[in-house]
Design a protein around this ligand. Structure first.
Ligand SMILES: [Zn+2]
Length: 71
């Protein structure tokens, strides 16, 4: 019983910390992050995104950066 309670807590924390981005949210999240760091490059984007999301890849960020009009 105690182990299960601990596992539940841990699972909840992990879900909270690392969020799986759905495809329809991806563009908004990339756009928000990119603007928030003042049009930072790939390395800065990845550093920010890795803190919050667990399924955003380098490739996705590179594609987004190619599409940014201001960069
Ligand atoms: Zn930009």
């Amino acid at each position: 019983m105690e182990n299960n309670a601990l596992l539940d807590q841990l699972t909840t924390k992990m879900l909270y910390l690392l969020y799986y981005v759905k495809i329809d949210e991806l563009f908004d999240i990339l756009h928000e992050t990119h603007s928030a760091i003042g049009h930072g490059g790939r390395n800065r984007m990845m550093a920010e995104l890795k803190n919050k999301y667990c399924n955003i890849t380098n490739e996705t960020v590179m594609i987004y950066l190619k599409l940014c009009v201001q960069c």
